[in-house]
Design a protein around this ligand. Structure first.
Ligand code: NAP
Length: 438
């Protein structure tokens, strides 16, 4: 009987995710060997402080601060340090040395992914990053492999657990944004500096990755239009709820025809109204989900934990076993195909439905005036609902109008809203939000 090959695995980082990866590599060594066809030997763990307390009890002799040397002697490198440097240099060094690399570093991929992908292609090794999007959810491999015989037309993702928790909290308790954020921080769902989450930057990095794999074209962070959730008010949430919608921060990548008649991809992150019966509306708390529309497969939904040490370690181990199998069987590693060559469309070219809240004078003829103005701008109204309010002190009546449009371009909508503001019967435009799934 031939002896099983041993592959050396270097682990860079032993924090929330790295410690769990190390634990599973040691505890499940036999099962992983059986699935891989080679023993995966944890050859060392690079950290900043070898004496720092760890979540998991691991052999002290594995720890080192010399990541450079560790990487040079490995068949497989797992990068879970986070940040740009030294992660970037270490990954490039590993790839140039012919090691397959597994990483969960979406910030690095968003900033400098193309350099890393090219280096992996050049070296003929695998660069995998399932953990970088939606934590434990197997989503990148299904897009890259399972759907490679299909054509994806649209991806809608709830890919940031912190913002989903905050919006869900606002929806269920009626809380203001600042109170829901404070609760997320108290429970450990949001960091002390929540900027990357609440401004949508983390979701934008993931949107770029999802769009790149779905449309076989490399999209960079600059191609992603990004709006966070800081301006979503308790009033917006209540009005949406009243109209049968829920507000979610969505990462969207979809194929559209631009103004010049040519196809392109709109990649964007923004708060979005979804009908409460849409599958993504049921994604509560800090959970993640990705909804895919493909020409032949139809609608697919992937749901699960988007973060956390152990769930994310599951995605890392899946990539590791897949890369190790390739080393055992031989053959080049494949990162992604980039044969799509579809351009990124500017946000003006995106077409969606819109929800518009208006505070209007309670006079006869107001509805007709507004409907005429929308029609004049080529924006057709799907739903128009009016609620009358009476101010208890002044006894003056005002009306609130809620409008949901059919799909229209951003440019047409912006022009319509500007024109609406100029009508003498309008007191104020209370909200303008995009709608999906209608
Ligand atoms: P973490 O808890 O902050 O751990 C980072 C680890 O890297 C620590 O062990 C740290 O060493 C080590 N490290 C940092 N800088 C280093 C340096 N310059 N040299 C050597 N070691 C260094 O991070 P994490 O939460 O596990 O996340 C790791 C990666 O996974 C990040 O890219 C993150 O975006 C991604 N990710 C995380 C999650 C999640 O739920 N946490 C989910 C998806 C993806 P010391 O321990 O000595 O300080």
């Amino acid at each position: 009987m031939t002896e099983m090959r041993t592959l050396k695995v270097a682990l860079l980082g032993c924090g929330n995710v790295g410690a769990q990866v190390a634990r599973i590599l040691i505890e499940d060594a036999d099962a992983l060997a059986a699935r891989t066809g080679a023993r995966l030997q944890l050859s060392g763990i690079a950290v900043r402080n070898v004496n720092a307390p760890r979540d998991v009890d691991l052999p002290q002799e594995l720890f080192t601060t010399d990541a450079d040397t560790l990487v040079k002697d490995a068949d497989l490198v797992i990068e879970l340090m986070g940040g740009i440097e030294p992660a970037r240099t270490l990954i490039l060094s590993a790839l140039r040395n012919g090691a397959c690399v597994v990483t969960g570093n979406k910030a690095l991929l968003a900033q400098d992914g193309p350099t890393l992908y090219e280096e992996a292609d050049k070296a003929g090794v695998q660069l995998s990053y399932e953990a970088a999007v939606a934590g434990a959810i197997p989503i990148l491999r299904p897009i890259r492999d399972s759907l490679s015989g299909d054509r994806i037309t649209r991806v809608l993702g709830i890919v940031n657990g912190t913002t989903n928790f905050i919006l869900d909290q606002m929806d269920t308790t009626g809380a203001q944004f600042s109170d829901a954020l404070a609760e997320a921080q108290r429970l450990g769902y949001a960091e002390a500096d929540p900027t990357a989450d609440i401004e949508g930057h983390d979701a934008a990095a993931k949107a770029a990755i999802l769009a790149s794999l779905s449309f076989h074209t490399r999209f960079a962070l600059d191609d992603v239009h990004c709006e966070g959730i800081t301006s979503v008010s308790a009033g917006d949430i209540a009005a949406a709820k009243d109209a049968g919608f829920v507000i979610k921060l969505l990462a969207i990548a979809e194929k559209l025809t631009g103004a010049d008649g040519k196809e392109g991809v709109s990649v964007r992150v923004h708060p979005t109204l979804l009908p409460r019966e849409h599958p993504l509306a049921a994604v509560r708390g800090a959970f993640n989900a990705v909804f895919i529309e493909a020409e032949n497969a139809g609608e697919l939904m992937f749901y699960g934990q988007g973060a956390g040490g152990t769930p994310t370690a599951s995605a890392v181990l899946g990539d590791l076993v897949s890369a190790a199998r390739r080393l055992v069987l031989g053959g080049p590693g494949r990162t992604e195909t980039t044969t799509g060559h579809v351009p990124a469309l500017p946000i003006d070219a995106a077409t969606t439905s819109y929800y518009i809240g208006l505070d209007v004078a309670d006079q006869p003829g107001v509805l007709a005036k507004i409907a005429q103005l929308f029609a004049g701008h080529g924006v057709s109204i799907e739903i128009m609902r009016q609620t009358i309010h009476r101010d208890a002190e002044s006894n003056v009546e005002s009306a609130e109008l809620r409008i949901v449009t059919h799909r229209a371009s951003e440019a047409a909508l912006a022009a319509t809203v500007e024109a609406v503001k100029g009508l003498d019967v309008i007191n104020s435009v209370t909200s303008v939000l995009r709608v999906e799934g209608v």
